[in-house]
Design a protein around this ligand. Structure first.
Ligand code: ARG
Length: 457
């Protein structure tokens, strides 16, 4: 028996029940639904639709139901279609005639939108916190190896030596943009739909601004039809998570590469690697592979919801119930990856010598030689051409660029560039990968972390 049985003469078919019930997944919304209901109850009292005693009774009953969920004693009844109905059914059981007043001037349409916004607001806040923790882990790893450098790559070909802290900083900045994006999304989702009713409001004298304030929303909805139809906030959150996932996937791919014998730049702690069931020597970076893989699922959840929303007529349609599983799944997955990657970076040993040996590849100073020529007045295109010819000659004679430079009168004065780390030290442009620029960047990164952290409160 559902709570809306009045007009029906036969019960719902079992197959329709299985299709339409959402309790099996939306029960995790119980705490936010109860918070929303408590504000609604206060709003009803404020509107004169409940007496003070009735209000108190409903508030304490809602608290009692919350407690049942907390201690695991809540029992779902046959007929509890979703979390909203289950809670209302239980409140009515406990509070009798007063319980039957809970849903006054409210529809599940404005209720579910309110509950989901409250839930998403909290989840987004937690995710920004976790991302800032991951940024801090990257920063800490960089400062554990302040002098370390490695080859920087373009097209996955060695390009120029870069400082490890500078390289990790690049990931940190992309994650801080994600944090910023989530804060923006949180601002837009912080609008209360409560009081929109089924779609068109109500003849009863409720005040949506009053309940919006109680729930900490920035403002109440402007348009009741929009309030119950809008799932932009879910789509936007899913996009933000998908982009986080893509950043984490790129980091995962890099960890996979760095921890191969071929690269040998890093080893993850034993607690962040897995073995093989057959090959005793294996130490696999599954954490990085899974971080790489999960992005597919996060993009899929976003795409799925967008397709569900496309073409939906105003206002509420049952299709909107399909917003929840992608949202819950993306949140669950992104929390898992962020936490595991944070631990993996914390456990990492960076193999300074191996990475530096690769970065001291003489070819990586080719552009520095060209820049020396530029300092001597040679136009860059000509300098590029001359150094390019020297690189080509060296390759043809199977000698290193350092040897070719030493044997060439024009270039011999630049031999100092082949000293380990010389290329890096000479790189002074702001934001670039030289020790002086990197120090300034580390300060700037720290300011950005502090600003983001302050916004959490
Ligand atoms: N479980 C539903 C959902 O998630 C609640 C709203 C149902 N509303 C309705 N008019 N049938 O969207």
């Amino acid at each position: 028996m559902t709570l809306w049985n009045g007009r029906f003469s036969s019960p719902m078919a079992a197959s329709l029940w299985d299709l339409s019930q959402s309790y099996s997944f939306d029960h995790i919304l119980y705490a936010h639904d109860i918070v929303g209901s408590k504000a609604h109850v206060r709003g009803l009292e404020h509107a004169g639709l409940l007496t003070g005693d009735e209000c108190e009774q409903l508030l304490s009953t809602l608290d009692a139901v919350a407690q049942e969920f907390e201690d695991g004693s809540f029992v779902r009844h046959e007929g509890d279609e979703d979390i909203h109905m289950a809670i209302e059914r239980r409140v009515t059981e406990l509070a009798g005639a007063t319980g039957a007043k809970l849903h006054t001037a409210r529809s599940r349409n404005d209720q579910v939108a309110t509950t989901l916004r409250l839930f998403t607001r909290d989840a987004v806040t937690t995710l920004t916190k976790d991302l800032i923790d991951l940024v801090n882990a990257l920063r800490e790893l960089g400062s554990r190896y302040p002098e370390a450098y490695l080859p920087g790559y373009t097209h996955l070909q060695r390009a120029q030596p870069v400082l490890l802290s500078h390289h990790l900083g690049a990931h940190a900045w992309s994650l801080l943009r994600d944090v910023d994006r989530l804060f923006d999304a949180r601002g837009r989702l912080n609008v209360s739909p409560l009081g929109a009713g089924a779609l068109a409001g109500t003849s009863l004298p409720i005040d949506p601004a009053f309940t919006a304030k109680l729930l900490g929303f920035g403002e109440p909805f402007a348009n009741s039809i929009d309030a119950v139809s809008d799932r932009d906030f879910v789509a936007e959150t899913l996009f933000d998570i998908a982009l986080v996932g893509i950043h984490l996937s790129r980091m995962g791919e890099e960890l996979v590469l760095w921890t191969t014998s071929e690269f040998g730049f890093a080893t993850l702690g034993d607690d962040y690697t897995t073995g093989s069931s057959m090959l005793p020597q294996k130490k696999n970076s599954d954490v990085a592979e899974l971080a790489r893989a999960k992005s597919g699922r996060l993009v899929g959840n976003l795409t799925g919801l967008l397709v569900t929303l496309k073409g939906l007529p105003l206002s509420y349609n049952r299709d909107l119930q399909e917003d929840k599983e992608p949202l819950f799944d993306s949140l669950e997955q992104v929390f898992l990856i962020v936490e595991a990657l944070r631990g993996a970076y914390g456990s990492m040993t960076f193999h300074v010598e191996t990475a530096q040996r690769a970065a001291d590849d003489p070819n990586l100073v080719a552009v520095d030689i060209a820049e020396r020529l530029v300092e001597g007045g040679v136009p860059f295109r000509q300098a590029h051409e001359q150094v390019g010819q020297l690189v080509g000659e060296a390759a043809k004679h199977n000698i290193s660029l350092a040897e070719a430079v030493a044997q060439n009168d024009q270039f011999a004065p630049f031999a100092d560039l082949f000293a380990p780390g010389a290329s890096l030290r000479g790189r002074t442009s702001p934001g670039g990968s030289g020790p002086v620029s990197q120090r300034a960047q580390a300060d700037r990164l720290q300011v950005a972390i502090d600003v983001a952290t302050a916004r959490l409160i």
